[in-house]
Design a protein around this ligand. Structure first.
Ligand code: ATP
Length: 218
């Protein structure tokens, strides 16, 4: 008899330095499109693959809390902040898997993050722990020139077209998902603020007020 699994849980990791609408809108759309029971935003403590954040852990968490306080679909999962050392996604997914049993897990990534996957710690184990959902992002292509051969093989072996595949097993599917294209990045937000310009309407007003109050990125 076919297994009946609970609705999937989404994992949207990031530095969130600061959180902006390019995170929030895709996260909410994926929550709806994939019929998730919840989408967890997972701020990293020590990002292993990029320069360290300018805002402190406390400030990044405070901005995330302000951003999602009125949106029940989006939750914050603080487990990476409570771990010492680099925030490896494979460790995060392992701990979620222990907690959630057979519940399907969907690791949600923008195309840019997906293209960098072969540089991640124990990246080949990720698909045994979760499905991988890749959200389109302006300026990034998943074409033959940009996809490294091992990612191409991964997609050839695991890619599915149908969202229903995420309910058929706890892990192991790669799905590409269109979302509203917002050409916003935290880098651009920080640069604008650093240049003395406004970041309003790129992120929630409450986050923008917090940035001003804390004199962040100026
Ligand atoms: P930075 O500019 O500092 O590198 P960022 O804006 O890319 O930051 P991150 O916190 O590094 O944000 O990204 C977390 C996740 O959000 C990644 O999977 C990334 O692909 C995704 N993401 C960020 N911005 C967008 C966007 N505008 N559209 C779709 N996905 C996005």
């Amino acid at each position: 008899m076919a297994q009946t699994l609970p609705a999937p849980v989404g994992i949207f990791g990031g530095t969130f330095d600061p959180v902006h609408f390019g995170h929030l809108r895709p996260a909410l759309e994926l929550y709806e499109q994939l019929s998730l029971q919840q989408m967890r935003l997972v701020p990293c403590s020590v990002p292993p693959h990029r320069p360290q954040p300018l805002a402190s852990v406390g400030q990044r968490l405070a901005m995330l809390r302000l951003a999602v306080s009125t949106e029940p679909a989006l939750e914050i999962d603080e487990r990476e902040l409570n771990r010492s050392g680099p925030s490896y996604m494979v460790d995060t997914l392992s701990s979620l898997r222990k907690e959630l049993g057979d519940t399907p897990l969907c690791l949600c990534l923008g195309v840019d993050a997906f293209l960098g996957l072969p540089g991640w710690q124990r990246w080949r184990e990720l698909l045994s722990l979760a499905h991988i959902v890749v959200a389109h992002r302006p300026g990034w292509q998943l074409d033959k020139r940009s996809v490294r051969s091992e990612l191409g093989t991964l997609m050839a072996q695991h890619r599915q077209q149908d969202v229903a595949a995420l309910r058929a097993g706890p892990a192991g599917t790669v799905l590409l998902q269109p979302v509203t294209q917002l050409a916003i990045s935290a880098t651009v937000v920080r640069e604008r603020i650093g240049a003395g310009r406004s970041a309003r309407y790129l992120l929630p007003d409450d986050v923008w007020h917090y940035i001003q109050q804390q004199k962040l990125y100026f």
